[in-house]
Write a protein that binds this ligand. Structure first.
Ligand code: PRP
Length: 209
């Protein structure tokens, strides 16, 4: 049998995900010593791990080239869900928030507000729910800069500790939703590799409870 292939989000979620796999008994030495290698053996060959950017984790799982993925709910909400979400892994906790410059009365006036964000779909859905017309500008990183330089009235972004907002004289107007890391599965893989996936899920479930 081929190993189960898992796409892991590199960066913020990477360390905790690997720690979790080690806690449930899978050897991750090859990940620790990965160098520039992109496909890594985990659990003595039972799994193959691919480290990828969050949005790419979803792409690999949707296309079935990875059976499973670990990705933040933020990316899931932005990209849609043509895969199964199996488990809330309980780490990578943060929130989506609408924020603006301290003291700015965001809801004042009738003109359409401009929002900068890395998450245009989440942002549009949030304001549709309020029946509010907004202009959305897609930004790739350091979204907090946009209202400071006058590009937008506000931002919709991830807030974890709140220190980026605080350091830049921005404050939360409203929280949009809670976020954490999720285990996702390709729909066909869940049927074809049911037993192995269920075994992994029950081990993870017992650990993250
Ligand atoms: C995220 C997010 C905020 C920051 C929030 O950015 O977009 O900028 O973290 O964290 P805090 O509330 O703990 O300050 P990230 O560091 O992933 O980089 P980016 O802004 O370049 O996307």
């Amino acid at each position: 049998m081929n190993p189960i292939r898992i796409a892991l989000t590199k960066g913020r979620l990477e360390k905790t995900t690997i720690e979790l796999f080690e806690k449930i008994g899978y050897n991750c030495d090859e990940v620790h010593n990965k160098g520039r290698k992109l496909i890594l053996s985990v659990g003595g060959g039972q799994f193959e791990v691919v480290l990828a950017k969050a949005a790419d984790v979803i792409t690999y799982v949707e296309h079935g080239v990875c059976d499973l993925g670990v990705v933040g709910k933020d990316t899931i909400l932005e990209k849609g869900t043509s895969f199964y979400e199996l488990l809330d892994l309980g780490f990578g906790k943060c929130k989506f928030a609408l924020a603006c410059k301290n003291g700015y009365d965001f809801y004042h006036g009738y003109g359409a507000k401009t929002i900068a964000t890395k998450y245009p779909n989440v942002t549009r859905t949030f304001f549709e729910g309020k029946d509010m017309d907004v202009r959305v500008i897609k930004i790739e990183g350091s979204v907090e800069l946009a209202p400071l330089v006058g590009l937008s009235d506000g931002i919709v972004d991830i807030v974890e500790t709140g220190s980026t907002l605080k350091a830049n004289n921005l404050s939360v107007i409203e929280y949009v939703t809670d976020i954490s890391a999720r285990l996702i599965a390709n729909i066909a893989s869940l049927k074809l590799r049911k037993k192995e996936i269920e075994e992994l899920v029950s081990k993870l479930e017992a650990e993250v409870k």
